[in-house]
Ligand binder design. Structure first.
Ligand SMILES: NC(=O)c1ccc[n+]([C@@H]2O[C@H](COP(=O)([O-])OP(=O)(O)OC[C@H]3O[C@@H](n4cnc5c(N)ncnc54)[C@H](OP(=O)(O)O)[C@@H]3O)[C@@H](O)[C@H]2O)c1
Length: 333
């Protein structure tokens, strides 16, 4: 890669989460530019945070190449990613720029997997799901090293902080998939989904069987053949009658985000029956995602990356947790 590529580009930076990502990049003094499809919003936000900007539609190939000039890494924050990930990934492959997004949509993880060879040839790292999955996957990698032959992984995710409008819109792409699990290495529909109780420190929470993406990402990180995931809130797509509703707030306010914590609890069973458990105590979701994706971008800007399709865990293991403020991993006996 050209050594003069040393900047970050954030696409979709005017969205609720994109703005928090840009603010975090500012906090870390990262040299970055923003991009978005809406001229007024993009210009206004760029002026507010005093960075250069690019305005273009996600389908405009030449504009991607122009905006990616001089960049080392892209954070794509423009979701639903079903409509933006492929264009952005292909643009990054063409430009030789590392790709990150904060997607929670399994289709984009699969797309990254399919583009492995092309990303390798371009000398770039491709991670779809570098938001909440950074600490999730770090926890899984940590536990997987404590059992000689890990066979079963079960993860409970306790989300705090409500949902942004963008997440509600994107969650339709997730809810439509049904309750997927990994069984003997394959992704299958769970014929009999049941809830499960997880301990988040002192708190015991009954979590609903819900596929979150670890069945792809943590499988990439650890190769554990059986993975089941659970969530402590129902996905809003099943509860919100009209997903186009305009009255939904952009997302939780700063004070609302600060009022609670996210918890990720995991347990792994080895072939010999040994069970190991740990949990991660982290800031609430819409603080955690920006902290996480910017931590990964920061690593890349310091030339810490692998080539091809990666998960957060396959690229950075548990070590990346040190880069996420106010986040700790607690082993449970
Ligand atoms: N798993 C995680 O870690 C995590 C956490 C937070 C968010 N997310 C995901 O991140 C995504 C964004 O969430 P959000 O809360 O920031 O949503 P948001 O406030 O609606 O922002 C979405 C941003 O993407 C842009 N965008 C949307 N569709 C686009 C398209 N087809 N072409 C170009 N730009 C497009 C929007 O531009 P306009 O303003 O022009 O519409 C806006 O800038 C969602 O998919 C959400 O699920 C994931």
């Amino acid at each position: 890669m050209n050594s003069k590529k040393n900047k970050l580009l954030i696409y979709g930076a005017t969205g609720y989460t994109g703005k928090i990502i840009a603010e975090r990049a500012k906090e870390l003094n990262i040299d970055f530019e923003i991009a978005g499809r809406d001229p007024d919003k993009t210009r206004k936000f760029a002026e507010e945070i005093a960075v250069d900007y690019h305005i273009f539609d996600v389908d405009t190939e030449y504009a991607w190449q122009k905006a990616l000039l001089g960049k080392q890494v892209l954070i794509n924050a423009a979701g639903p990613f079903k409509f933006t990930a492929e264009q952005a990934m292909r643009a990054c492959i063409k430009a030789g720029v590392h790709y990150l997004d904060i997607s929670a949509e399994m289709e984009t993880y699969r797309l990254a997997e399919l583009l492995d060879e092309e990303a390798n040839a371009a000398g770039i790292q491709l991670i779809s799901g570098a938001g909440l999955f950074v600490s999730y996957d770090a926890l899984v990698v940590h536990l997987s090293k404590l059992v000689p032959e890990p066979e079963y992984l079960r993860v409970g995710f306790q989300h705090y902080g409500g949902f942004s409008r963008g997440s509600v819109l994107s969650s339709k792409n997730i809810a439509d998939l049904g309750t997927l699990i990994r069984r003997n290495g394959d992704i299958v529909t769970n014929p009999d989904p049941k809830s499960k109780i997880f301990s988040f420190g002192e708190q015991e929470v009954d979590c609903m069987a819900t596929p979150l993406g670890g069945i792809i990402l943590s499988y990439k990180s650890t190769g554990i053949p059986n993975i089941e995931e659970f969530f402590s809130l129902k996905l809003p797509a099943t509860e919100v009658p009209d997903l186009t509703m305009v009255n939904l707030p952009d997302g939780p306010t700063k004070a609302e985000r600060a009022a609670g914590r996210n918890g990720i609890a995991a347990e792994i069973t080895g072939r010999d029956g040994k069970v190991v458990k740990a949990w991660v105590d982290a800031p609430s979701g819409y603080d955690l995602t920006p902290l996480s994706v910017v931590a990964v971008a920061h690593r890349i800007l310091n030339n810490d990356f692998k080539f091809g399709y990666q998960s957060p865990g396959s690229a950075y293991g548990e070590d990346i947790l040190q880069d996420i403020p106010n986040t700790s991993l607690v082993d449970m006996i």
